[in-house]
Design a binder for this molecule. Structure first.
Ligand SMILES: C[S@@+](CC[C@H](N)C(=O)[O-])C[C@H]1O[C@@H](n2cnc3c(N)ncnc32)[C@H](O)[C@@H]1O
Length: 321
């Protein structure tokens, strides 16, 4: 029953963040009446929302009324670096797409135009700020694995860097590092704003264009990032892109792939297995790929050492040298 009613979780979370409920609770607005007044919604609606969020484990009762659980305080309060409110809003907006699911599974791909293969698709302008927060702990984990803080004057290439989240965190961690992001022009503009907010824009450069066709250069970078892009690409495109990355890295340079990676026997983990449906809905060739797929592609692309590392998110980090 919980699974069949799963859309209530998406709905209640989406409505709550639309009304800044977690941000208001954090600021001490703690009763249904006060929330209703501040958010401009009915008291019946506010009470039902609070009840549902208690059911989901995001809000809890306290002496005065309600408060955020520890998890909601970290991930759903606006202004926090780890704030996933934008992601929850995006998921609420996408619920209407689920009506096409029967056809999507029948034909084995998007019913209307695929979203991820389209050049300069405005889709990305909504997605990249919304997903940035989930990469915060991942970028920090990668920085630790690579010893980036002590790495000195390194140059980084971030392919499909989106919001610029990896660059922003890494340039803060290492004040001598420089980073170049390749993405579509409107997305690079979003990244430039984030890097400027973090006061590291002077060490950040953007290349506007399509990662299938842009030349990445030769032996120019110490580290390359390919985060949440492999799942939108098919196997052949991934091999082609990863081969270009190998050529763009200096000898001994490291590629960091971040993605939802499936076990070789397809028995888990749950999130990557479920996310494959998102790619069926939105892409013509994407999917969630197995460790064995990444190992084979990276070997084909000329990498010799490949290792897999868990992160605090559902994503896995793959390091390749
Ligand atoms: C899912 S987002 C990942 C963003 C970022 N790497 C992260 O982990 O948060 C995919 C990114 O790849 C970019 N992208 C997708 N296809 C691209 C292409 N063909 N050329 C350049 N960028 C592309 C999108 O604009 C978007 O910023």
């Amino acid at each position: 029953m919980e699974i069949a009613n799963g859309y209530w979780a998406t709905g209640l979370l989406g409505v709550a963040v639309k009304h800044s409920l977690f941000t208001r609770l954090q600021a001490g607005v703690d009763t249904a009446g006060r929330l209703a007044a501040e958010a401009g919604i009915s008291e019946r609606g506010a009470q039902t929302l609070l009840d549902g969020l208690v059911g989901l484990g995001l809000v809890e009762r306290c002496d005065t009324g309600y408060r955020n659980t520890a998890e909601a305080a970290v991930f759903l309060v606006e202004g926090e670096r780890t704030d996933l409110s934008g992601y929850a809003k995006l998921k609420l907006a996408e619920m209407s797409k689920l009506v096409s699911l029967l056809d999507v599974f029948r034909i084995g791909g998007p019913v209307t135009d695929a979203m991820v293969e389209v050049a300069d698709n405005p889709h990305w302008e909504e997605v990249v700020p919304a997903i940035a927060a989930q990469s915060v702990p991942v970028a920090r984990t990668a920085a630790d694995l690579l010893g980036l803080a002590e790495a000195g004057e390194i140059s980084v290439l971030d392919l499909g860097g989106g919001s610029g989240i990896f660059s922003s965190i890494w340039l803060e961690i290492n004040p001598a590092a420089r980073s170049t992001q390749l993405d579509w022009e409107p997305i690079n503009a979003i990244a430039r704003r984030l890097l400027a907010e973090r006061s590291v824009a002077d060490r950040f450069t953007c290349v506007d264009g399509d990662l299938h066709t842009v030349d990445f250069g030769t032996a120019a970078y110490d580290v390359a990032v390919y985060s949440h892009v492999a799942h939108q690409e098919g196997p052949e495109d991934n091999v082609a892109i990863l081969s270009k990355v190998r050529g763009a890295l200096k000898p001994g340079g490291t590629l960091v792939v971040c993605d939802y990676v499936v076990d070789d026997d397809r028995s888990g983990p749950p999130f990557p297995l479920l996310f494959a449906s998102e790619m069926l809905l939105k892409s013509k060739k994407g999917g969630t790929w197995r460790r064995a797929d990444y190992r084979a592609w990276l070997t084909k692309a000329g990498f010799e050492e490949v290792s897999f590392h868990p992160t605090p998110s559902p994503a896995t980090l793959i390091l390749a040298r």
